[in-house]
Design a protein around this ligand. Structure first.
Ligand code: SAH
Length: 237
């Protein structure tokens, strides 16, 4: 079974021939750029398709995208999960944020080669960009994978969400414990944690979990605190 058949099977995502080509181009550029800059330790083509592409699309198993929805991927790195979502759902507006300029340069190269018009990149730290009115409380969906522990991560993510919007953190086996540890952060940042959603990927032994947080009220102005502080002194620690 190809990875795109899994995407249809598991997440109901049917990719057109054009979208398939876009993923192929993305995969080729990721491999090329990975020789020059550190982007991913996953290099086997099948692994890239399952652990990067399919894993990114797992977000669609728990949330429906409406036309024009705005999504930001915080700490996108090589583009995960935001770029696969942008390819699979061309009707949403995707912002890819990362603090490493080299990665943003790579993302820009990928975007221009694939020809995606629903994606913009932002170079900066979540702590700074989250205080910028152009980005703060502007997003329906805020996602992140492998960026920080949940108490820290929520301080990065929640400021970007609109009231009634959702933050989705892609986590591994530690998901339930991290939600427990984020109780104080959830209270302070006005977030309501939904039940965990388990994701099982083909030929991947360990389960993944999607942690979904609804934003109930505006985020207090002092959050996110200055760059570095959310990690050094997570809320509730
Ligand atoms: N989400 C990707 C990359 C994870 S690595 C994936 O799952 O494959 C973490 C990335 O987050 C790195 O690219 C790093 O530059 C970025 N990052 C870490 N802290 C950040 C912050 N405070 N603001 C913005 N980006 C950050």
């Amino acid at each position: 079974m190809t990875w795109t058949q899994h995407a249809a099977d598991l997440f109901n995502i049917e990719l057109s021939a054009e979208q398939n080509n876009q993923f192929d181009t993305f995969q080729r550029l990721l491999a090329e750029w990975n020789k020059k800059i550190n982007l991913t330790t996953i290099t086997e083509p099948d692994d890239v398709q399952i652990r990067h592409f399919l894993d990114s699309l797992s977000i669609a198993s728990i949330i429906g995208f409406d036309d024009g929805d705005k999504l930001i991927d915080v700490g996108t790195g090589a583009g995960f999960p935001g770029l696969p979502l942008a390819i699979a759902f061309p009707n949403i507006e995707v912002t890819l944020l990362d603090s490493t300029q080299k990665k943003v340069n790579y993302l820009e190269a990928v975007l221009s080669e694939i020809g995606l018009s629903n994606v913009t990149t932002v170079h900066g730290r979540a702590e700074d960009v989250g205080q910028n009115a152009a980005y703060r409380e502007q997003y329906d969906i805020v996602v992140a994978r492998a960026v920080a522990m949940l108490p820290t991560l929520l301080e990065y993510l929640m400021p970007f969400a609109k009231i009634g919007g959702f933050c989705i953190a892609m986590k591994g086996e530690s998901a339930a414990r991290e939600v427990e540890e984020a109780k104080r952060a959830l209270f302070v940042l006005k977030g309501d944690a939904k039940p965990l959603a388990e994701v099982t990927l083909p030929d991947v032994e360990k389960s993944h979990f999607l942690v979904t947080i609804e934003k109930l009220e505006r985020t207090p102005k002092i959050y996110p605190r200055q760059a570095g502080t959310p990690k050094k002194k997570p809320i509730g620690s």
